[in-house]
Ligand binder design. Structure first.
Ligand code: 1YM
Length: 654
């Protein structure tokens, strides 16, 4: 396309993205077809995660408009056919139309792959850089997509179908009041691409939209899920004037905080915008969430480093000058200063560089200095102005350092001298003979009697058994050294062989499948949760890298003459009953202990028949919420959580 036939909007856009409009007719077909052929190149996956990415891409564009100060509200709607509607009250997408090519700006946006442009997730996008798959990718992967724009008293509309082709060109379909403006996008994910599922997860959508509202203070985000009957429609209206301050309050809602006032700061320098909020609770874990351009940088990076540097610098300085630390005392470590902290750090950067295994570690070096300096100054000021809170924080950090020294001693006693020294393995462990970790499995079994059956039933070449007696310690409520003194926990750590906490090295893990095998009852579920809490807090990489599994023992044995079938769920029982017909006997297993070794092998341990559920952490915030609610001190939120999630707890096995 030559210069003189560009519309004003296109001109503006071209300038920004440095993208030439040339050859777009060819690109349209090539580009979108390429996306449909190999969606994995453009979105993380075609599983549920990729499906949700479609929503985030469009939502991000609405939030961009709001962050530019042009829109106040972004609303998201899921209707009963899992059709998504995203609408904002911004300027409305440009409705410029080109007579010569017959292609409007909007069609261009939705049909041309814009690598690196505003709509391609490149430099121009401040929000969503990682998701930034581009509106055209959403279009390519939708069965159909419709755009409605309200702008300058007109309503314009275009619909795409058949792999992203406009059914007819963008056209005006009506008028609207002059003060109505905004963009509305409706789409239906293509089930031939998202073959696993095209059903959106309510909680995933709600949690992320709420998080976006926390991260972009003042922006109103409305979420309506219409998939239930009308009276049960779920509706949320998020708007947080306090931004991260409210986010931290939300994260700590189930915790006992040690001070009410949240430490908060925002500022900008060197083209970096930053916002930090901090509050301590009486727990022992650090929950630090970091974001760049609204993306959760799970691997941390320079913003997190800047925060950590400032936190320990300022706390040590204050502790010394106010005599909490004596001259002879060592400095507090960064971990001492982080015990029981809940912090959210959010930066906005025009040109973020991501590093790390999953590209979720912020690499821009100038960010470290900006966060360290702005947060450091504000924290220092906060401590000066709030001496009572400052004292509580100092006392907590000093206690943490004393506990750390005690834990170090306890931990040293737990460490195995060498991974091959079988002599130092726990006595209760029935180890396997293979030393090839990639095929080795460790079953953690509830109770000595089930442990006995498992030992007899297993294939001892690659299956090891570690029976646990009674309930293990709740690490959510205990300081680290208590955990290291606990016999069951020590046995597990020694058996795994990969170290704990910051020292975890999964290369040293002795079993690539760690299988939790508990009874299918309430106690079993509790023990399983205690174990998962311990793994999550002490061995997170082991969980994250997918080494932890849950065994699924059968609930029923159905027998007719000599033929025996097992049912793992009530629904399955009904099916089996139907298939087997009359004169059957049904036995309900109350615990693993009721099965003889052969049955246990056949139903739960034999790779040919068994079902193992791999545990994944999902996002850290959700896991953290689950564990702090289920395992923490506060009783009321726990009750509510169990009631709200009764369904989830029941289905944990699925
Ligand atoms: C529900 C999703 O995409 N809103 C939206 C998009 C744009 C604008 C406003 C917009 C931007 C600009 C000027 C500008 C887009 N514009 C373009 C482009 N909501 C949603 N709201 N006028 C309107 O950035 O200058 C792409 S998106 F590039 F054409 F300007």
């Amino acid at each position: 396309m030559s210069e003189e036939i560009k519309t004003a909007e296109q001109e503006e856009w071209t300038e920004k993205t440095d993208h030439s409009y040339g050859d777009q007719d060819i690109q349209v077909l090539d580009g979108l077809e390429a996306v449909r052929k190999r969606p994995g190149m453009y979105i993380a996956s075609t599983s549920a995660k990729g499906l949700h990415h479609l929503v985030w891409e469009i939502v991000d564009n609405g939030i961009d408009e709001a962050m530019a100060g042009r829109a106040t509200t972004v609303s998201v709607n899921v209707d009963k056919d899992n059709i998504i509607t995203v609408e904002d009250d911004g300027r409305g997408m440009p409705i410029g139309f080109n007579d010569k090519t017959g292609i409007s700006t909007i069609e261009t946006i939705f049909t041309v792959l814009h690598a690196g442009g505003k709509f391609g997730g490149g430099a121009y996008k401040v929000s969503g850089g990682l998701h930034g798959v581009g509106a055209s990718v959403v279009n390519a992967l939708s069965e159909w997509l419709e755009v409605t724009v309200y702008r300058e008293g007109t309503v314009h509309f275009v619909r795409f179908e058949n792999g992203g082709h406009a059914v007819e060109p963008l056209k005006q379909i009506g008028t609207c009041p002059a003060d109505k403006h905004g963009s509305k996008i409706r789409f239906k994910a293509d089930p031939t691409i998202f073959t696993e599922t095209t059903v959106y997860d309510h909680e995933t959508l709600r949690d992320r939209l709420r998080q976006l509202a926390f991260l972009n203070k003042g922006i109103r985000i409305i979420f309506t899920d219409e998939r239930e009957e009308e009276e049960k429609h779920r509706h949320y209206d998020f708007r947080f004037e306090g931004g991260l301050k409210e986010y931290v309050r939300f994260l700590n809602k189930n915790r006992q905080v040690i001070h009410d006032d949240i430490i908060y700061c925002e500022g900008n320098a060197n083209h970096v915008e930053m916002e930090v909020a901090v509050q301590y609770n009486d727990g022992y874990n650090a929950n630090v969430y970091t974001f760049c351009n609204n993306i959760n940088t799970v691997e941390g990076g320079t913003h997190e480093e800047g925060f950590r540097l400032a936190l320990s610098r300022v706390i040590n300085k204050y502790a010394r000058s106010h005599n909490f630390l004596k001259e002879k005392d060592d400095n507090l470590t960064a971990d001492d200063c982080k015990e029981g902290i809940t912090a959210v750090i959010s930066v906005k950067h025009e040109d973020p560089q991501y590093e790390g295994q999953t590209k979720t570690k912020l690499g821009n070096t100038e960010v470290r200095q900006v966060v360290s300096s702005i947060f450091g100054t504000q924290l220092e000021r906060f401590l000066m102005e709030n001496p009572e809170t400052a004292k509580k924080i100092m006392d907590k950090c000093i206690l943490a350092s004393q506990a750390r020294l005690a834990a170090k001693k306890a931990r040293e006693n737990t460490r195995r001298k060498s991974p091959l020294e079988v002599g130092s393995l726990p006595g209760k462990l029935a180890d396997c003979s293979s030393k090839d970790a990639s095929i080795c499995e460790l079953y953690i079994v509830e109770g000595d009697s089930a442990g006995g059956s498992a030992k007899q039933g297993r294939d001892s070449h690659y299956q090891a058994i570690l029976p646990l007696r009674g309930k293990i310690l709740n690490v959510e409520k205990a300081r680290e050294h208590k955990a290291f003194e606990n016999a069951e926990i020590r046995s597990m750590i020694t058996a795994f062989g990969c170290g704990v906490r910051d020292e975890v090295d999964t290369a040293k893990l002795r079993y690539h499948k760690i299988v939790i095998m508990t009874d299918a009852d309430v106690d079993g579920a509790h023990i399983r949760t205690l174990l998962l809490t311990f793994f999550y807090r002490f061995l997170r990489p082991v969980v994250e890298q997918g080494y932890v599994y849950i065994a699924q023992p059968p609930l029923y044995k159905v027998q007719k003459g000599n033929s025996v079938r097992y049912a793992y769920t009530d629904r399955q029982l009904e099916e089996v009953k139907k298939e087997m017909g009359e004169r059957i006997s049904i036995q309900r297993y109350k615990g693993l202990g009721e099965m003889d070794p052969e049955q246990l092998w056949e139903t739960t341990m034999d790779p040919k028949n068994r079902t193992l559920i791999r545990v994944n952490v999902g996002d850290a915030e959700a896991a953290d919420e689950a564990f702090s609610t289920l395992m923490g001190e506060e009783v009321e939120p726990r009750k509510n959580f169990i009631i709200e999630n009764a369904h989830f707890v029941q289905n944990l096995d699925i």
